[in-house]
Design a protein around this ligand. Structure first.
Ligand SMILES: *C1O[C@H](CO)[C@@H](O)[C@H](O)[C@H]1NC(C)=O
Ligand SMILES: *[C@@H]1O[C@H](CO)[C@@H](O)[C@H](O)[C@H]1NC(C)=O
Ligand SMILES: *[C@@H]1O[C@H](CO)[C@@H](O)[C@H](O)[C@H]1NC(C)=O
Length: 655
């Protein structure tokens, strides 16, 4: 990524291309022939970082350290830390029974192997594919998830198989019914899951979304007139390295192979005083469980961040397509499996958008009016997880709100369905012969709170009627209701679920800092309304592996390196014995989180019952999480934003 020329990087800046090369050389000097599955910034310890952020000139700048995970010949896995100033490996552990995050190169290898594997060719023939059509056979390799037949010691992928009649056709329309298992160390297919009831390839008319296909069906619509965005004086934010300032906000934008965008050191300049709000905000995990119990579909539950990486799979963004207006981009450098540097141009786009009305009021008696328009600042990345795309927008609002908006688009994961076959309710036949299975997308957002200081307390807030019966002295007419606040004092108490019936929200409060008028603590409220429960049952494989998804909210005490709730190495975990996961950090539930340095883990998402409108490509479905200031500012913090129109009663009368 860009660093300010000549200056040392901010301690939270991603590793630069030269730092990656340096780390690779240091590792290679001690361990030849290793492949790099992780090579990323090892973030500074919080205490050290906080001291430096508070006084950058006199406190020690945290050292640059690389976090490394390699696979050595024979499939041996090692985790290590490399100190870039000392040019030394400072920690190195060979680990067993762990499979690190998968790499693009590993994924791409599978397709070549399936096309020439004799047993796969045999299955293709059974499906109705001629031997000379094998070049039209494709696969989406997924990590196997976990399959008890094979355990965790062998590095495995499952190949979801497809046929593509023509190069430009969408393969997801032509799924095949069998599933080869690939061993990444051996580079070969070790097993094929074959259903009892076969579903031969159905050569239906392709439904495509590309220009040729649309032109063949009468062409694109012609009634759209230009809608231009013009910012003749540029944008209103400033970017210094990876630090952004905009409309009283200031923060640092990090990026890594796993979480993609990471926002750090977020603060708001409140009338000259910079007030800290969050130390670190990011998406840290995600699981996509599919709901079809028929073998081998029970295995489909991708951890898109922990198994593949939202950074590694990120798109290079293009002006006028992915973002419009006056854009600033940040590039990303990632280490490839062979230790070379993979440069992703325009990995992040930063821009402003008009955001409708910020506030408005018309006085009904005299027509005096004020109307002020809002704008928002968007920090965006888009990543592609095989068939799916996720557009991740971190949005800053002038009124102190932070919004995470995720747009889900791309293509459904599909399986074949025979003529006359029933989906049994586990999916929808979205096009002839195409069964799209029910699934959920459950994201986990990690909120390292710093609301006016590091000691914070979480509360759960429910809108409830008065506890007093109708006719009683305190609720005579039965109309009373209030915000019932439940303090979450321990990790156990904080394990809570969503309740739409009570408009449930959660507050991250600084109870040491009361609002002078409301006498309530300075807070940021988590407002999230798309919070389905994990549908795989307690005791199921997904439930075991994705402990973070069992509840909408978990709160833990901050500890360095507790970042990945499903573990550092997610592929092929069984959920039985995994260490270093949120389940473990929760302990026995008795740890106090009252007025401590706390982290809130929020799992939210959606349930997708596919329909034909989602095929062959899904119109983007948005979902939103808000973090809103409550009792934080003296009063409305945006009254100084210039209005579009403002007339007072006396001005109206004076006319
Ligand atoms: C992902 O990035 C890491 C470095 O951050 C690298 O080691 C790994 O090989 C990358 N994987 C892919 C698929 O590019
Ligand atoms: C925001 O910053 C402006 C200066 O850019 C300042 O005048 C204003 O008071 C700040 N707003 C708040 C709520 O502090
Ligand atoms: C936070 O609270 C702990 C006691 O629980 C105290 O020791 C510590 O000094 C406090 N930290 C801050 C920054 O106020």
């Amino acid at each position: 990524m860009m660093a300010s020329q000549g200056l040392p990087p901010h301690p939270l800046d991603p590793l630069s291309a030269s730092e990656i090369q340096q780390a690779v050389a240091i590792v290679r000097a001690a361990h030849e022939n290793v492949y790099f599955n992780i090579l990323s910034l090892h973030e500074p310890r919080k205490a050290e970082l906080t001291a430096w952020l508070q006084d950058r000139s006199s406190n020690t700048r945290p050292r640059r350290v690389a976090d490394v995970c390699v696979i050595a010949p024979g499939g041996k896995v090692a985790d290590g830390l490399v100190d870039l100033a000392d040019k030394a490996i400072v920690q190195w552990n060979w680990v067993s029974g762990k499979q690190p995050i998968i790499t693009m190169e590993e994924l791409q290898a599978v397709e070549h192997v399936v096309r020439v594997d004799a047993k796969v060719i045999e299955q293709c023939e059974i499906s109705g594919i001629a031997r000379d059509e094998m070049h039209k056979v494709y696969c989406d390799p997924w990590t196997i998830g976990y399959d008890e037949r094979f355990g965790s010691d062998r590095r495995l992928q499952q190949a979801l198989m497809y046929f593509r009649p023509n190069l430009d056709d969408c393969q997801y329309q032509f799924p095949l019914d069998f599933c080869p298992i690939y061993d990444a160390d051996k580079g070969e297919i070790i097993h094929i899951d074959i259903p009892d009831k076969r579903r031969p390839l159905r050569r239906t008319e392709p439904i495509n979304y590309h220009s040729d296909a649309i032109n063949a069906q009468g062409g694109f619509r012609t009634d759209l007139r230009p809608l231009e965005i013009s910012q003749p004086e540029g944008a209103s934010f400033s970017l210094n390295g990876h630090e952004i300032e905009w409309q009283n906000w200031s923060f640092h934008v990090g990026f890594n192979y796993r979480e993609g965008i990471v926002l750090n050191d977020i603060g708001y300049n409140d009338k000259g005083v910079r007030r800290p709000i969050f130390n670190r905000l990011s998406l840290v995990e995600m699981v996509v469980p599919y709901g079809n119990p028929e073998h081998p579909h029970e295995r489909k539950h991708a951890f898109d961040l922990g198994e593949y990486g939202a950074g590694n799979m990120t798109n290079s963004l293009e002006l006028g397509c992915d973002c419009k207006g006056h854009i600033q981009y940040l590039d990303a450098d990632l280490a490839a499996r062979d230790g070379s540097v993979r440069h992703i141009k325009n990995a992040i786009c930063i821009h402003e958008e008009d955001n409708g009305i910020l506030f408005k009021h018309t006085d009904f008696r005299d027509d005096s009016v004020i109307v002020t328009r809002a704008r928002k600042l968007i920090v965006q990345q888009i990543f592609t997880a095989a068939n799916y795309e996720y557009a991740i927008q971190w949005i800053f609002h002038q009124d102190g709100t932070i919004q995470l908006e995720i747009k889900l688009t791309g293509i459904l994961n599909t399986y074949s369905i025979a003529e006359g076959e029933d989906t049994n309710g586990w999916g929808t036949e979205v096009a002839l012969g195409v069964n799209a299975h029910n699934h959920q997308h459950l994201f986990c957002m990690r909120i390292d709170a710093n609301v006016d200081g590091s000691n914070n307390t979480a509360f759960m807030v429910d809108a409830v009627p008065s506890d007093e019966p109708v006719g009683s002295a305190n609720n005579k007419y039965g109309n009373a209701f209030y915000a019932k606040r439940t303090k979450l004092s321990t990790t156990g108490q904080a394990t809570t679920d969503y309740n739409g019936a009570t408009s449930r929200t959660w507050d991250l409060c600084n109870t040491n800092k009361l609002h002078p008028v409301s006498k309530k603590p300075a807070s940021y409220k988590l407002v999230s309304r798309e919070v389905p429960s994990l549908l795989p049952k307690p005791g199921s494989l997904v439930w075991k592996r994705a402990a973070f998804a069992r509840h909408a909210v978990h709160v833990t005490r901050y500890r360095d390196d507790q970042l990945w709730p499903a573990g550092r190495h997610v592929p092929q975990t069984s959920g039985e014995t995994d260490s270093d996961t949120l389940a473990e950090w929760m302990g026995d539930g008795s740890e106090s989180i009252d007025n401590e340095d706390i982290v809130l883990w929020h799992t939210f998402g959606l349930v997708h019952f596919p329909s034909p409108e989602d095929f062959p490509i899904m119109p983007a479905e948005p979902m939103t999480v808000l973090l809103r200031p409550r009792n934080f500012f003296q009063n409305n913090p945006v009254m100084d934003v210039p209005p579009q129109r403002c007339t007072t009663a006396s001005q109206v009368a004076g006319k």
